[in-house]
Design a protein around this ligand. Structure first.
Ligand code: GDP
Ligand code: MG
Length: 441
């Protein structure tokens, strides 16, 4: 896919005159590529129309960087399509919220319920899980196992066959227990589809959830729109989680799910494990959809703002796959500067949403400075290692004491390092484009 888009754009830039015909050829090529990425035909067509309205052929002929303009226009259009225009309901810590998960069997609901609970638990919430899937044999055992592993309270039954009763009992129990995040897992299959949707309607009516999350497997292809719409018609879906993004699927179905439910994507699942779960970030997602890789936007920006001879050797180190604490330190420095390079770093996956959420920059900066102070108390060996296991308990205590912080602060910082290291390990083997050479994308 990436290849064909690059090719299409290459053809454009080779053409001496950009006329309607060349633009159409280019758009057709991209259309084919997006269809292969499971983007719904109607959405692709809408995008095509919008692009044609945006792109001014006269401007292009006047010697602008045509590839860049078209690439940017397509990129922006796809980003817009992932934004339903209204934010998802966000639960508040300390205030009870009931979140109901729906989706077909195998989409990853039970796994995602636990991931969602675990994600919030790490941030100090009091989540709890309710298994209202009485259809699938072993459903309760699966949830119980996941919950036990994550040390999250759970509720379910081996004998009760009414999912509505279990859901209501579970939610009531946890409300009394002052849990702030009560997550209801549901069934995904029925002998008759109509009865599944009726069951979802009843569970929702009885538990009155603050948010219904539609869980979608990224590999379901063109079926995404109808599936999402069917759920939306029976319960008021308010957000989407796309799973199995670690596989081959590019996840174009997410655009369909957003269009069908008019709800944003909030998280993506990137593996079977509990912590393989990321806050959804539009730009890297669209890059991937276009086959440009998570890093193209970043590389692009680097080309733009940093002269080639000053481009940090950091990139080289990263492409070698060694994300050390020292590199994290250097990046924090960049982030704090908030000059052009700081803005570049704030675009990165993992940095933008988690570390520097919009509107909370002051808080984030304080946190980053705190992390840096603790890293100042580390040895060179620790900073240059890619193995945080090197730091045993006594070292952690020393670092905490040396920086006037608590042991749990050091642990938090090391967790952050692990999270970023995992995301950044994807950069391994990345080709670093030469100045002006966009074909590497
Ligand atoms: P449910 O039927 O909707 O409850 O789906 P499950 O949670 O039981 O998941 C079905 C399968 O998909 C299980 O084998 C999960 O381990 C797997 N799975 C769920 N999410 C992901 C993911 O993000 N990546 C991968 N690779 N597998 C996943
Ligand atoms: Mg399940």
């Amino acid at each position: 896919l990436g290849g064909s888009i690059s090719r299409a754009l290459q053809q454009m830039s080779n053409a001496t005159i950009i006329d309607e015909k060349v633009l159409n050829e280019c758009l057709n090529e991209i259309t084919r590529a997006l269809l292969q990425s499971d983007v719904q035909f109607k959405l692709v067509r809408d995008m095509q129309t919008n692009i044609k309205n945006i792109i001014n052929l006269d401007d292009l002929a006047a010697g602008h960087n045509k590839r860049r303009i078209i690439q940017q226009a397509i990129f922006n259009e796809l980003c817009k399509m992932l934004d339903p225009g209204k934010p998802s309901f966000t639960p508040k810590k300390g205030k009870t919220s009931v979140i109901m998960f729906v989706g077909l069997q195998g989409s990853g609901k039970t796994t995602t319920c636990t991931k969602y609970a675990y994600y919030h638990q790490k941030k100090g919430w009091k989540p709890a899980l309710v298994c209202a899937d009485t259809f699938r044999a072993g459903a309760f055992d699966q949830l119980k196992q996941n919950a036990t592993k994550a040390k999250i309270p759970f509720y379910g039954s081996y004998t009760e066959s009414d999912p509505v009763k279990i859901a209501v009992d579970g939610v009531d129990t946890f409300k009394k227990d002052n849990h702030d995040l009560i997550i209801v897992d549901t069934s995904g299959r029925h002998k008759q589809e109509a009865s599944l949707f009726e069951e979802m309607r009843q569970v929702a009516e009885a538990t009155n959830p603050d948010l219904v999350v539609f869980v979608m497997d990224s590999s379901i292809g063109q079926a995404a729109f109808d599936q999402a719409q069917a759920f939306k018609q029976s319960v008021s879906v308010g957000s989407v989680i796309v799973t199995k993004m670690d596989g081959h699927a590019k996840g174009g179905g997410a655009l369909s799910a957003v269009a069908a439910t008019k709800s944003p994507v909030i998280f993506i699942g990137t593996g079977e494990h509990m912590d393989e779960f990321e806050v959804f970030d539009v730009k890297p997602f669209v890059s991937r959809l276009l086959g440009m890789g998570d890093w193209s936007g970043f590389m692009d920006k680097i080309q733009e703002v940093v002269p080639m001879d000053q481009q940090p050797e950091l990139l080289q180190k990263l492409s070698e796959g060694n994300f050390t604490l020292r590199i994290m330190y250097e990046q924090f420095q960049n982030l704090l500067k908030m000059g052009p390079i700081g803005q570049v770093f704030s675009m990165l996956p993992g940095f933008s949403q988690e570390l520097m959420p919009q509107g909370r920059e002051k808080e984030s900066q304080a946190k980053i400075k705190r992390y840096m102070t603790m890293m100042d108390s580390m040895t060179n060996e620790e900073l240059d290692s890619t193995n945080p296991k090197l730091m045993n308990e006594s070292r952690i205590m020393r670092i905490a004491r040396g920086s006037g912080r608590q042991v749990r602060d050091v642990m938090e910082m090391l967790e952050e390092y692990k999270r970023l290291a995992k995301i950044w390990s994807k950069m391994k083997g990345l080709k670093i484009p030469k100045k002006g050479d966009m074909s590497a994308l």
